[in-house]
Design a protein around this ligand. Structure first.
Ligand code: 3HC
Length: 702
């Protein structure tokens, strides 16, 4: 049987309906743009057709250019011969009919059309900046003409998806119809209604003027967030060109700027991150076709900071959720904290008051186990100690509907041991949320030995449904994210013993691209928390490398921001960290007591000491079969620890240095510092065979 064409022309009376069919999301893959042009030409040449509709089959209009084609030396038609140029020359009107997504090249094509109609649930946007490029199909020239330069700047520099009703108000769409209406029918009616209107309303013919100050204001406003990056600034330049140059000149400028970005390191790393985020959802060793359970009645146990944040995540994504705590005071305090968190978002302008009330109304406090009997998914988030969690799990197992899934929000405890206290270990898994749970995107799904495939896919899907990126981790101490990060946390304090200062290390990491330095983050989280973990580990492992400087600060009551002093000192009511001579003195004193000679460090050495220690540990995790892919670790670092996205992730960055250089350095430090730098066997193999981290073959999941 001949394959269905990726674009086809159907006739609906006197209207030609051009339909893109390139699953799953109608990206502009091979043949799509040519197909659209062919159908436009055919329809224009057919006297029985008076106007056209452009729409997508399946779940979307058009999701944009085919990202897989970027950086592959792909050929694009010259300016003047692209789909939107053919639309601009079309003697007959074209109506874009949008459902699902019209993103990037999708919206660019829609803006090439003469009219745009969408269903209410559709989203439009120019998200190119998120993959390190700019809209290179006229988006930077047409959107400012359609919605005004300020709106265009905001949308193009942020890359955000704009819901159809808002896009209507902004002038991007002409009409929005309810989801229940028949889009094709409505678009055909619209095409018929405008068939004789002349001249045709072309976006390119509109005026575009701006106050030049808006461009500098935008540059200023992104300075912190976009540091080290080129794409956001190129986006601004391109919109600026739309406001200062004639349309065709502006298109040429857009093209030049686009070409400077497409193959830059930033774009390559961001494309890698895009696909890594999709790969992480795949669980290659499970039987195919397992369908996640479509839960409807979630409950969270424990109304502390984590439990509250998890409940908010469910409510934020439309779920009615119960939150249970044994003590009424704790429950009241928890609800108060949730209300305050939402109120802060309202104050900041990121949440509307009525939306806050709707979300709050979805969170139902319950004071005892009998309020959660009929739940189908339970996320336990009580205090992080096995002796506290075990009785809760045993009780949940007795009380809650026997088909329900029982998940535990733990960051380190043995999930096999916890599952064993229930009679349904096949329905138990770990779901490690990161703090604050309603904000951080990573959900680490921890896989106990007895968990059934359905449990695992349900936990992964649960994360996606509440806006998280789920990543599978093996049941090893600290799981994958925190275990791979732990050596970094030790190394940063050991650097102090050798002569660094917290502010020096923080500056290196902020310059690298982290939003905050690790010591400033420590002060924010509270230094007492890390101290607890160190005590536990030291008790369990006689070879545990102690961190006397960190312990000393905690002994002195320097817990971080909450006590006004930690690695830094803080003025009352101000979160700005100030380097503290007292800390410098403690460091010198402890180093002298330890007999560690002091020396100076280059920025590169600081960066590598921290990140290589984690690369080595992550390799050990992979060789033990506790993670599927190096790219999964990268996703965890992007979404769990704020690793700069335009550097791809921990392993992607290390591949940029080269596996041999990484190994040689680690082997050197092993000689110098001893066992904590023992190179992983997998790392050694990769170095010996010259295999990059991205092609590493981890052990089967254990
Ligand atoms: N190119 C290639 N593949 C794409 C793609 C694209 N633009 N968009 C999605 N895909 C693939 C995904 O990789 C995934 O493949 P897989 O099943 O093999 O893993 C599949 O389509 C489904 O994607 P998602 O899992 O992401 O599906 P969702 O329903 O969760 O999300 C979406 C849909 C919001 C459209 C999301 O896929 C997305 O954001 N896509 C990228 C949109 C984008 O960036 N467009 C601009 C492209 S650049 C451009 O247009 C340049 C132009 O200006 C010249």
């Amino acid at each position: 049987m001949a394959e269905a064409p990726v674009v086809r022309l159907e006739k609906d009376g006197d209207i030609g309906v051009i339909i893109v069919n390139y699953p799953p999301v109608n990206a502009l893959g091979p043949g799509v743009a040519d197909g659209i042009i062919e159908c436009l030409n055919k329809a224009n040449g057919d006297p029985s057709i008076k106007a056209m509709v452009l729409m997508g089959d399946g779940r979307s209009f058009i999701a944009g250019a085919d990202i897989r084609g970027f950086g592959t030396g792909r050929k694009r038609p010259p300016l003047g011969e692209r789909t939107y140029d053919v639309m601009d020359r079309s003697p007959k009107p074209v109506v874009a009919a949008i459902h699902g997504y019209a993103l990037g090249g999708g919206l660019e094509n829609a803006m090439g059309c003469h009219y745009r109609i969408a269903v209410e649930s559709a989203k439009v946007g120019l998200p190119e900046v998120l993959i390190g490029i700019l809209p290179g199909g006229g988006g930077t020239q047409r959107l400012p003409r359609l919605a005004g330069p300020q709106v265009a700047l905001d949308m193009i520099v942020s890359g955000r998806h704009v819901p159809a009703p808002e896009a209507l108000k902004l002038g991007i769409l002409d009409e929005v119809i309810p989801d229940s209406a028949n889009l094709r029918q409505a678009a055909v009616a619209k095409a018929r209604a405008v068939a004789d209107i002349r001249p045709l309303p072309r976006v390119r013919d509109r005026d575009c003027k701006a106050d030049p100050a808006i461009f500098d204001a935008m540059r200023k406003s992104i300075a912190r967030r976009a540091r080290n990056q080129k794409a956001p600034y190129h986006c601004i330049l391109a919109v600026e060109a739309a406001c200062t140059l004639p349309f065709d000149e502006g298109m040429k400028r857009e093209q030049e700027l686009f070409q400077e970005l497409e193959n830059a390191d930033e774009a390559k790393a961001l494309r890698y991150a895009f696909f890594a985020e999709r790969e992480v959802a795949k669980l290659p060793d499970l039987p195919p076709g397992i369908v996640p359970y479509d839960f409807r009645k979630p409950a969270v146990i424990g109304a502390g900071t984590m439990g509250g944040g998890i409940a908010m995540s469910f409510a934020d994504f439309g779920y009615d959720v119960r939150i249970m705590d044994a003590s009424t005071e704790a429950l009241n305090r928890g609800m108060e904290r949730i209300r305050n968190n939402y109120a802060t978002s309202v104050k900041r302008g990121s949440l509307a008051q009525d939306e806050m009330e709707r979300r709050l109304a979805r969170i139902h406090p319950v004071a005892g186990y009998d309020g959660i009997e009929d739940c189908d998914v339970v996320v336990e988030a009580v205090f992080e100690r096995m002796d506290v969690k075990k009785p809760v799990f045993a009780r949940l197992d007795e009380v809650v509907n026997k088909d329900a899934f029982l998940f535990s929000n733990t960051s380190a405890l043995d999930m096999d041991e916890l599952a064993a206290v229930t009679k349904r270990p096949e329905k138990v898994a770990g779901t490690h949320f990161f703090s604050p749970a309603n904000v951080m995107k990573l959900l680490e799904v921890v896989r106990p030995k007895k968990a059934s495939p359905e449990t695992l896919v349900t936990a992964m899907a649960m994360g996606k449904k509440i806006g998280k990126i789920s990543a599978m981790a093996g049941n090893t101490d600290g799981f994958v994210a925190n275990r791979s990060r732990a050596p970094f946390n030790s190394e940063m304090v050991i650097l102090l013993e050798e002569g660094c200062l917290p502010e020096q290390v923080d500056k290196v990491m902020v310059d690298f691209g982290y939003p905050m330095g690790p010591f400033a983050v420590g002060d924010l989280a509270g230094l007492d928390i890390g101290a607890e973990g160190r005590k536990r580990r030291a008790a369990a492992d006689p070879n545990y490398r102690k961190l006397p400087i960190a312990d000393k600060l905690v002994e002195m009551g320097r817990y971080g921001q909450k006590t006004g002093a930690g690695w830094y000192r803080y003025e009352k009511g101000d979160r700005t960290p100030h380097p503290d001579p007292e800390v410098a003195a403690i460091i010198r004193q402890v180093a002298a007591e330890m007999g560690v000679p002091q020396r100076s460090f280059t920025d590169q050495e600081i960066l590598r000491r921290l990140l290589f220690s984690s690369v080595n540990e992550a390799c050990k995790i992979l060789e033990e079969g506790k993670a599927y892919r190096t790219s999964d670790v990268d996703v965890m670092w992007l979404h769990g620890f704020g690793f700069p996205r335009y550097r791809g992730g921990l392993f992607y960055w290390a591949d940029g240095i080269g596996v041999r250089e990484v190994y040689n350095q680690i082997a050197n430090w092993h000689q110098q510092y001893g066992d904590r730098w023992r190179p992983s066997a997998l790392l050694r193999q990769l170095a010996e065979s010259g295999t990059p981290f991205r092609d590493a073959k981890p052990a089967p999941f254990a």
